[in-house]
Design a protein around this ligand. Structure first.
Ligand code: ADP
Length: 223
């Protein structure tokens, strides 16, 4: 039997083809998704006409226009309008009224995000805010990469600290000692693989650790 993906419906409506919306739309097309890209700007619609599955010039705050482009047939939509607060809120609320079951919306501030949630957006993203915080962690600490999965809980990529080398993770008791879990390890020249209690860290290994953000940060500081 052919392998069936959990998401057999691979179509999405993307409203706003600015920097965020266009990057997202192009990436989805690369991943084999059907994307209908919408913008009020004829120039942007023209720019992405060949790269996206479909593009249309329309005002997403206009209920009739949304009906005409078949917005209610989509299970997923992204409102990628950031700077025009009113349009972003109105477009989101129109999609909610049309019954789109999963709506992602981009916000430019926490307050904007709260309003989008109140009108019914299911997922709110704050790309500039999140990236700013992420760069602050990378710049001020020793981590090679970092992602906060939710408030207070993170994954961090860091070099294996000297004091943990040559012993198994069980022996080092790293979880009790630092409150973090070593999730994966990458030997020099090899790919990431999962870590177990028996994993022994060597010089030059890069590891991914999970835990409370403070603990992940503190762990990455030890040498
Ligand atoms: P970015 O920072 O990602 O470039 P912007 O907020 O600058 O985001 O761009 C949002 C895009 O959304 C713009 O291309 C704009 O033309 C489009 N847009 C704004 N209002 C509407 C609307 N009512 N309907 C459709 N597209 C819109």
């Amino acid at each position: 039997m052919p392998h069936r993906n959990r998401n057999d419906d691979k179509s999405v409506l993307v409203i706003g083809l600015g920097r965020f919306g266009s990057s997202l739309a192009l990436e989805l097309v690369n991943r084999g998704w059907d994307v209908l890209g919408v913008d009020t700007s004829p120039r942007l619609v023209q720019t992405y006409a060949d790269a996206l599955t479909h593009t249309v010039i329309a005002d997403a705050t206009d209920e009739e226009a949304l009906r005409q482009i078949g917005a209610s047939n989509f299970n997923r939509a992204v409102v990628a309008i950031g700077t025009h607060l009113e349009e972003s809120i109105l477009a989101t609320s129109q999609l909610v009224d049309l019954g789109v079951s999963t709506i992602w919306a981009k916000a430019t501030s926490r307050r904007h995000g709260r309003i989008l949630e109140q009108v019914g957006a299911h997922h709110v993203v704050l790309p500039e805010h999140d990236m700013g915080e992420r760069v602050a962690h990378l710049l001020s600490g020793q981590m090679l990469d970092y992602v906060e999965l939710e408030e207070g809980f993170s994954l961090g990529k860091t070099k294996a600290p000297k004091e943990l080398l040559g012993k198994s993770l069980r022996e080092t008791g790293v979880r009790q000692e630092y409150g973090i879990t070593v999730v994966s390890v990458k030997r020099m020249g090899a790919e990431f693989t999962y870590a177990t209690q028996e994993t022994v860290l060597n010089k030059g290994d890069v590891i991914v650790v999970a835990g409370r953000t403070d603990d992940v940060e503190r762990f990455s500081e030890i040498v």
